[in-house]
Ligand binder design. Structure first.
Ligand code: NAI
Ligand code: MG
Length: 336
């Protein structure tokens, strides 16, 4: 059976790193008994299509993403928020999976960092209603449901049970601020810990501010970290800073039936068009896509090849090398 993947390059270096990721997917399909060649459907989103049509995310792209097995997205420029938030909704994603891992051969603030954030992707302050009520007063309502908290926790339990978390830590940590936000984070915390207990999964907890201190001091204590939406956004960016470089970080927005896979970085207008963008984040996003479709061994194969190229080169300029996007991609492809 051949899966349908919607491919949205978007703006800037999205047009350079997504073709690299697609090339990797093609070679994976060629060299794997498990994976049939994918069927790609190209779609537009971002600044360029907004300039042409007035819409950063055309209805057609939304529908394609909503109905595909998976979507691979590069980046948008100024219109990023108008593209990403609806795209995440199109794939009904309830969790944002953000691994932050340091690699041998890459300069990192904390080379021992290997954490995966599972961030609630539909609620919290980002789903709240915000108002500017008067000259002086603005308010925001925060939304937390037991059902979304449980769904995230179920995913986290499956994730650790499947051995997808880092090897150095069992179970997961839930980061929250339930001591202050008792009704919202309090509910989140209770539900997540209850689901962990039901599944016999070891779960510990941290107040998110204390976590923000402890993570950079000693990242090795943490593996899988489950967070509410805003906390997950901020803390995963903090972890990204520990591993050295936006060009390395993939992400997955996972829904019940499909998913949206994207590098964490943006369109990088400062280097776009020069052919020097690091393709790693996009290629690791493609590995997450493979894993989501059930091709775990092939996802591991891609990661192993990326890891060996990061260690021995060729590497792009952001990693201190002099290779082009194509040269680095070719090396990763050769490793497959
Ligand atoms: P950015 O991630 O595009 O770039 C930040 C810095 O990191 C730049 O110096 C860039 O050259 C470098 N960089 C990023 N990815 C790289 C890669 N793969 N290889 C080598 N170097 C890389 O973030 P910035 O500059 O804040 O935003 C630029 C544009 O991207 C803005 O218009 C912003 O709205 C958009 N953006 C889009 C996102 C998305 O579509 N998911 C996410 C973040 C920003
Ligand atoms: Mg962010």
């Amino acid at each position: 059976m051949s899966e349908e993947i919607v491919v949205i390059e978007g703006d800037g270096i999205g047009q350079e790193v997504i073709p690299a990721a697609v090339e990797v997917l093609d070679v994976v399909a060629e060299t794997s008994d498990a994976v049939d060649p994918f069927e790609y459907v190209e779609a537009d989103a971002g600044d360029a299509v907004a300039a042409e049509t007035g819409e950063a995310l055309p209805e057609e792209t939304y529908e394609l993403a909503a109905n595909a097995d998976a979507t691979l997205f590069g980046a948008a420029g100024e219109t990023a928020a108008d593209v990403i938030l609806p795209l995440r909704e199109a794939v009904s994603s309830f969790v944002n999976v953000r691994p932050a891992r340091a690699y041998p051969g890459v300069d990192a603030v904390r080379p021992e960092t290997d954490v995966v954030f599972l961030r609630e992707n539909t609620e919290g302050v980002y789903a709240g209603h915000e108002d500017r009520l008067s000259e002086d007063l603005s308010t925001l309502t925060r939304v937390v449901t037991g059902s979304a908290s449980r769904r995230l926790a179920e995913y986290a339990c499956e994730f650790v049970a499947d051995g997808r978390g880092p090897d150095h830590r069992d179970g997961f940590t839930v980061a929250h601020k339930a001591n202050v936000m008792r009704e919202t984070d309090g509910r989140f915390r209770e539900e997540v810990l209850a689901v962990a207990e039901e599944h016999g999964v070891e779960a510990d907890e941290e107040l998110m501010d204390a976590f923000a201190t402890k993570l950079p001091l000693d990242p090795s204590q943490y593996g899988v970290v489950v967070c509410p939406n805003l906390a997950g956004d901020v803390l995963s960016d903090l972890a990204a800073g520990l591993v050295g470089g936006l060009g390395l970080l993939p992400s997955a927005n996972v829904g019940a039936d499909n998913g949206l896979f994207e590098p964490v970085h943006g369109s990088a207008p400062d280097i776009a068009g020069e052919g020097i963008a690091n393709p790693t984040a996009a290629i690791l996003s493609a590995a997450m896509l493979l894993e989501h479709l059930g091709y775990t061994a092939d996802a591991d194969r891609v990661r192993a090849s990326v890891e060996s190229v990061l260690a021995d080169g060729p590497r792009t300029g952001d990693l201190g090398g002099a290779a082009s996007t194509t040269e680095m991609t070719d090396a990763i492809v050769d490793g497959l």
